[in-house]
Ligand binder design. Structure first.
Ligand SMILES: Cc1ncc(COP(=O)(O)O)c(C=O)c1O
Length: 404
């Protein structure tokens, strides 16, 4: 069947605005379109393809598992789901895992869980959730309402109640708001969709102490920052604490849809049989791949390389800025970097993205003023260096266009 980009407009919901090319395949850190153009991929499917495209081991595991068991539902348990749960718990020190199909679903589960814990232990008055402006937690009605961007949650009728959004990194407003009625605080350690905004460690410390004082659970959303993206298996390790509830997705499946919620036995016990569930979550195919990802990415040698490559990327970006003076700030950690634009490029992240694509480099946006880079974790150093060259020439072109 002959297809083209126009078929998107003709046959698909218009809720995305995909770029002009039609992708057909990928290999490592490269993507190819139907005209056989090759692109260097600094998007990794929005921080998903942690091991790159068409990774040989991932393909082998998928093939093998497809010949054994793709799905059986949660009325049975299977060897691959159990293996993944055990590996994740052993890796992190958490005691219990729940598997979903996406980040939003993992967050939905975490939020429901926090409310149920408070309901069981205290009563229905302890139901308030604190989250942060510019935070992003997915698109189910609950997760999008906890997210801190009205533009995503308005216009869908009544929202779930009891959610307060506060400015990120502002401890004073948090101090004034948290109370014994707060059941959970949900946050990202680097706000991803909101513009790659790093958490202030002093703010985080204050949040942890106050949450403990008021017996509110801390839910950390590591859907984007998790699974090696920032140089440790989970980013929380860099802040010296372990969240009460952790959510993970994206890179965990290396391209297969999976979400995970990790917590303690004490918290998980509030989800007894029938309280929460999913048909596809924890299916053996996604779990078989994710178990491999935990071993591969969780290996210290692999993580050390992510740190080295993250530093190279940051140094390269600083070099570009010395020459072009187009970034107001560089943010993020490891292989998740945000370039805040300034001068004539202010609020022109989409133009930069377009110019990058013309140079055959694919990059992400995080709002109108931040270009986000999230290459596959397996990217080679020389590919990173080449990507930086492409980025520099794209920025130079964008600067010219923006002046026109
Ligand atoms: C921090 C964070 N949480 C949740 C989500 C939602 O994940 P999904 O799109 O898999 O539902 C995202 C997606 O970008 C995210 O970045």
């Amino acid at each position: 069947m002959k297809i083209s980009r126009d078929d998107f407009d003709k046959y698909m919901f218009p809720c995305y605005k995909p770029m002009s090319m039609v992708l057909t395949h990928g290999k490592g850190a490269h993507l190819y379109d139907d005209l056989n153009n090759s692109y260097l991929d600094f998007t990794a499917g929005i921080a998903v393809n942690s091991l790159g495209h068409a990774n040989k081991s991932v393909v082998k595991i998928i093939r093998k598992q497809c010949n054994k068991l793709i799905h059986a539902s949660n009325i049975f348990v299977n060897d691959k789901t159990l293996t993944l749960a055990k590996k994740l718990c052993e890796k992190t020190g958490y005691e219990k895992a729940f598997f979903a199909n996406s980040g939003a679903e993992a967050n939905e589960c975490a939020l429901k869980l926090a409310r149920r814990v408070a309901f069981d232990n205290v009563g229905e008055e302890k139901c308030e959730i604190i989250s942060f402006l510019k935070g992003f937690h997915g698109r189910t009605l609950f997760s999008v309402s906890v997210g801190g961007q009205d533009k995503y949650s308005n216009g869908f009728g009544p929202k779930p109640q009891g959610i307060t959004h506060l400015p990120f990194n502002d401890l004073e407003s948090f101090k004034k708001t948290i109370s014994d009625k707060t059941c959970a605080v949900m946050l990202e350690l680097i706000q991803g969709e909101g513009g790659i905004i790093d958490i202030d460690p002093t703010f985080l410390q204050g949040v942890i102490e106050l949450a403990q004082k008021h017996q509110a659970l801390i839910i950390v959303d590591e859907v984007q920052t998790g699974v090696g993206r920032t140089g440790t298996f989970y980013a929380y390790e860099q802040f010296g604490f372990r969240p009460d509830i952790l959510t993970s997705a994206k890179g965990l499946g290396a391209g297969l849809p999976i979400g995970a919620v990790l917590t303690s036995t004490e918290i998980a016990k509030h989800f007894g049989p029938g309280v929460h569930g999913t048909t596809f979550g924890g299916n053996p195919l996604a779990c078989a791949v994710a178990a491999y990802v935990v071993d591969k990415v969780g290996d210290n040698k692999f993580l050390d390389k992510v740190v080295v490559k993250g530093n190279l990327l940051r140094e390269g970006l600083e070099g570009i800025n010395e020459r072009l003076h187009c970034f107001k700030s560089l943010r993020g950690r490891g292989l998740l970097q945000g370039l805040e634009l300034t001068g004539v490029l202010e609020n022109k992240a989409a133009l930069v993205q377009e110019c990058c694509a013309q140079e055959k480099l694919l990059v992400l946006l995080a709002g109108s003023n931040v270009v986000r880079l999230a290459p596959p974790l397996i990217i080679r150093k020389k590919e990173l260096a080449y990507g930086l060259e492409l980025l520099e020439s794209a920025l130079a072109k964008a600067l010219e266009k923006a002046k026109e």
